[in-house]
Design a protein around this ligand. Structure first.
Ligand code: ZN
Length: 149
């Protein structure tokens, strides 16, 4: 278990230090900002849809290590997926970080499993889910600015 915990921290540290898809996406079909005022996390998520497939997804912005690594892992996880599958992954991820049974094995969760430890720190749940909430809003056409408060 300690080894796993260490591995998860490596994933989070790696994606925080070297976030994937961390750039603007000119011509994106969706562009939504997300704020978490409690922590000061602030990101913009860019999504380029091809029908109902997430053809490209990038993000910019800054915040704590949990929020930035979560945004980075999210982009690598949902890129190329259908929007309904991305929404389903958000539900699973939300369960994972709030300590509910996610219904998937660790192998199926892949890098998302790195965030299971967040469930022990309720104040950090908003950090971990900010990018996902922002993506959800982008896919639902709800609003252009999302705040966790
Ligand atoms: Zn944060």
């Amino acid at each position: 278990m300690n080894d796993l915990r260490e591995l998860y921290q490596q994933v989070i540290l790696d994606h925080n230090r070297n976030p994937r898809n961390y750039r603007e996406l000119p011509g994106a079909t969706k562009r939504v900002e997300g704020y978490n005022p409690l922590c000061g996390d602030h990101y913009t998520v860019f999504v380029d849809l091809d029908g109902d497939v997430i053809k490209e997804i990038t993000f910019t912005g800054n915040g704590c290590a949990i929020s930035k690594s979560s945004a980075s892992v999210m982009t690598t996880t949902v890129k190329g997926k259908r929007t309904e599958d991305a929404e389903r992954l958000f539900e699973i991820f939300h369960k994972l970080v709030t300590g509910e049974p996610a219904g998937l094995s660790e192998a199926e969760l892949g890098r998302l499993a790195a965030f299971s430890g967040v469930s022990e720190f309720p104040a950090r749940v908003k950090c971990a889910t900010l990018a996902w909430h922002t993506l959800h809003s982008a896919l639902q056409d709800e609003q252009e600015v999302v705040t966790t408060e």
